[in-house]
Design a protein around this ligand. Structure first.
Ligand SMILES: Cc1cc2nc3c(=O)[nH]c(=O)nc-3n(C[C@H](O)[C@H](O)[C@H](O)COP(=O)(O)OP(=O)(O)OC[C@H]3O[C@@H](n4cnc5c(N)ncnc54)[C@H](O)[C@@H]3O)c2cc1C
Ligand code: SF4
Ligand code: SF4
Ligand code: SF4
Length: 420
């Protein structure tokens, strides 16, 4: 039976909830506003399926197995035949091989405008829908309070999935639904954070020919409680209900994107991501889920077929691919991923880049965020004082710049010299 002893060991994917044959697990919100599974013990039959479907437990087990086999290998190294050693070397090379990586951009300018980066998601989704498939992804609820995963079968609904929503999305029963569609022989494109794709794969437990998966480079996710407090205060200030939100409005610039709220009284709130207090809290890592500071799923090699992200730094590496409307990074992890790329190639501008540019320009590909030093204080005071006061008090502007500078000085050894 699932037992959460350390919060960082649960990413909230709800795979355990989806698989439980007795339906005796539900997700419950903790004091910070993140969802965790709770088991109704009297109904549990101890079948162990929830543990088998947990991507975090799976990852820990495979890491332990790898460690044991490495220790065994070292202990028995004199007895291993040379052919076997060569084979092991080849496997290692394959595992450490980096994914083929591209700068890519949808040729449809309107789709690029309404997408967070280069609009690659929409092309993949359209292709699957054209083949009578189903696309899963995250949408904002009508009251703008929650982000939830849904299934879409009608291309007219795709606009709801488009664009990043910087709040953790509820998976609900989407893994179960995806399994049902696959059983009917339909194609499924499942999109989400790396942990949500790992959760789905662990839930399904075997390869599915008709399943295609797309994950993102993921900085981390704030809680719904944090988001809701911000929305409540924005509505109070505007004196009207919020009707629509764009976290990544690119009307003026992709690199200097803005967060935009549209209210029922016709008013609009629009702020650059560096000035908006919610985005400041998010980007300073003060309000992320505990698992995001120790993310098990940030790797060059993913279980997804493709990974998409923003190609930050594109203007320096491939200036001709950057017009400040948004360019994607696209990484291919499987044969299915290669086929997806071939199917959309005619609709995109594309150029191959060295994988090494990814961790350099987008560290979240491989590295977890570091908790802000005042993260605990932030959650202690959340709801006690206004969100705006809280962020102004604890997440000072420029904090992340200062942190990066100190890190750079430490790496170069200058920090030690300065400290005497
Ligand atoms: C929480 C979060 C953190 C991110 N962190 C980074 C980062 O550090 N670096 C980086 O380069 N890119 C990051 N991205 C991804 C990036 O912003 C774009 O979403 C991505 O490049 C896809 O862009 P697109 O133009 O192809 O399509 P878009 O139409 O912009 O992408 C929409 C896709 O994002 C998914 N999605 C949106 N919100 C969520 C959510 N809350 N949970 C799960 N899936 C969601 C949708 O299901 C859909 O598949 C992040 C996205 C999110 C949601
Ligand atoms: S052990 Fe089986 S019955 Fe019990 S909570 Fe887990 S999946 Fe459900
Ligand atoms: S990581 Fe997912 S499967 Fe594992 S306990 Fe948490 S919600 Fe359940
Ligand atoms: S940082 Fe890791 S744990 Fe957090 S949402 Fe992203 S993939 Fe999941």
């Amino acid at each position: 039976m699932i037992k959460i002893t350390k919060k960082e060991d649960c990413c909230g994917c709800a795979s355990c909830v989806n698989i439980c044959p007795k339906q005796c697990i539900h997700m419950e919100m903790d004091s910070e506003g993140f969802l965790y599974p709770v088991v109704e013990k009297s109904a549990c039959v101890d079948c162990g399926l929830c543990e088998k479907a947990c991507p975090v437990i799976k990852e820990q087990e495979s890491r332990q197995k790898e460690q044991e086999s490495r220790q065994k290998e070292q202990g028995n190294s004199s007895k291993v035949p040379e052919s076997h050693l060569k084979e092991q070397e080849n496997v290692k090379k394959l595992v450490s091989a980096y994914p083929k990586t591209y700068a890519a951009k949808n040729k449809d300018k309107e789709i690029v405008r309404t997408s967070s980066s280069g609009g690659i998601f929409t092309l993949l989704a359209k292709m699957v829908l054209e083949e009578k498939g189903v696309v899963f992804g995250a949408v904002m609820t009508e009251d703008c309070r929650q982000v939830v995963h849904i299934a879409v079968e009608d291309p007219k609904e795709l606009y709801r999935l488009r664009g990043s929503k910087y709040v953790q999305s509820h998976i609900g029963d989407c893994y179960r639904k995806a399994k049902e569609y696959l059983a009917q022989g339909r194609k499924v494109l499942f999109t989400g954070t790396p942990c949500q794709i790992e959760g789905l794969k662990a839930y399904l437990g075997r390869g599915e020919e008709n399943l295609f998966t797309m994950d993102i480079i993921c900085h981390g996710v704030p809680s719904e409680k944090v988001w809701q407090q911000y929305v409540k205060e924005q509505e109070k200030e505007a004196g009207a209900a919020v009707q629509e939100i764009s976290f990544r409005n690119k009307d003026n610039s992709w690199k200097k994107y803005e967060i935009v709220f549209s209210f029922s009284n016709g008013e609009t709130y629009r702020k650059n991501f560096e000035e908006d207090l919610y985005m400041r809290a998010f980007l300073q890592d003060i309000c992320l889920r505990p698992s995001c500071y120790a993310c098990k799923f940030k790797n060059a090699n993913r279980v997804s077929d493709v990974t998409v992200a923003d190609f930050w730094g594109c203007e320096n590496i491939l200036p001709h691919m950057d017009d400040d409307t948004g360019t994607s990074l696209l990484m291919i992890h499987s044969k299915k991923g290669e086929n997806l790329l071939e199917a959309i190639r005619k609709d995109i501008l594309i150029e191959e880049v060295d994988y090494q540019v990814v961790p350099q320009t987008n560290p979240s590909m491989e590295r977890s965020a570091r908790p802000h030093r005042d993260r605990s204080k932030f959650f202690e005071d959340l709801g006690r004082i206004s969100f705006k006061e809280l962020v102004e008090k604890l997440a000072k502007p420029g904090f992340s710049v200062k942190r990066s500078l100190v890190k750079l000085l430490k790496i170069t050894g200058i920090w030690k010299m300065l400290k005497g």
